[in-house]
Design a protein around this ligand. Structure first.
Ligand SMILES: [Zn+2]
Ligand SMILES: [Zn+2]
Length: 311
């Protein structure tokens, strides 16, 4: 009959034979040490494991930078520190830009709604902070950004223009408010700048005049409205006490403008010296407030009256 218990020669305790390992060389087929004792002895013979050493020391050797790195700065289950891991990732990303781009493009399109919803929510919650960060980034990198933007624009011109048109359509009200606000703030500066440039830059002047012509051709209804309004103003500005001779004199100035055109080949307009719808003063539609001016000068003048010496 096989004994059910055995004395361990190491710890001297009597234990169940199940707690002893198999040893075919011994008489009863069991090891003389119990399992826990055997393990302890083996461990003592072998010395501490690598893991135990590392835990005791609190550091691990990174096989990339070959430095001893605190365990908290190591990537778990690897022999790589976090700094080396980041550097490797960066290097890989640099070498696989196209793959990454394709991946993030696909990911974005597969999750577009969720991503946009998240971004909008985040922006709404952190508006001030986001704007501040953006402003800082812009100030630090404005040159880089300008180069990148113009490259992107020329590479994707059609797409960008389509996006802009779409955005403009979706945000028409908001944009017109913003535009009005901006114009109110800057109109003085801008019209002053334009007036100088009109004189100093004939190429720009020609371009502007061509654009104006295009606009007039493209917006005949607006032009009709404009001339009607102007006509009405003119009527209101025409004093009732003008004589027939004075009215005729004014009409003859248009004939004079036509003659000037016939002689010089340059278009002439009849112009109010003090504009009828001026910014500061409103003139009258009377002969002594009329002059014949080359058309380009007249258009440049707009409705500004700078005093008698300005023109
Ligand atoms: Zn034992
Ligand atoms: Zn490292």
């Amino acid at each position: 009959m096989t004994p059910t218990h055995k004395v361990c020669t190491s710890c001297r305790e009597t234990k169940d034979t199940a707690l002893f390992g198999t040893d075919r060389r011994s008489a009863d087929g069991k090891h003389c040490y119990c399992k826990p004792c055997k393990r302890a002895k083996e461990r003592a013979r072998r010395g501490p494991t690598k893991r135990e050493v590392e835990l005791a020391r609190g550091t691990k050797l990174c096989r990339y930078c070959e430095k001893y790195i605190p365990l908290s700065d190591m990537v778990p289950q690897t022999r790589k520190c976090r700094a080396c891991h980041r550097a490797e990732c960066k290097k890989w990303a640099g070498e696989n830009q196209d793959r990454l781009k394709a991946y993030s493009y696909a990911y974005y399109h597969a999750n577009k709604d969720a991503i946009n919803a998240y971004n909008h929510a985040y922006y709404a919650e952190n508006r001030e902070r986001t704007l501040e960060q953006k402003r800082e980034y812009y100030e630090e990198n404005c040159e880089k950004i300008a180069v990148r933007n113009s490259a992107h624009y020329f590479a994707n011109r059609d797409r960008v223009l389509a996006q802009v048109a779409n955005y403009t359509e979706l945000n028409a009200d908001y944009l017109s408010d913003r535009r009005a606000e901006h114009i109110a703030l800057t109109s003085d500066i801008r019209s002053e700048e334009r007036r100088h440039r009109w004189h100093a830059d004939p190429e720009w002047r020609a371009e502007r005049m061509a654009k104006m012509k295009d606009w007039q051709t493209a917006n005949p209804h607006k032009m009709r409205e404009y001339s009607l309004r102007r006509h009405a103003t003119k009527l209101k500005a025409t004093p009732p006490w003008l004589t027939q001779e004075q009215l005729d004199e004014m009409r003859s100035m248009h004939a004079h403008a036509n003659d000037c055109y016939a002689v010089s080949g340059q278009v002439y307009h009849v112009d109010h010296i003090v504009p009828l719808q001026g910014k500061n003063v409103s003139g009258l539609h009377v002969p002594w407030n009329l002059q014949v001016l080359p058309a380009d000068l007249n258009i440049a003048k707009h409705n500004k009256y700078e005093g008698p010496d300005a023109w």
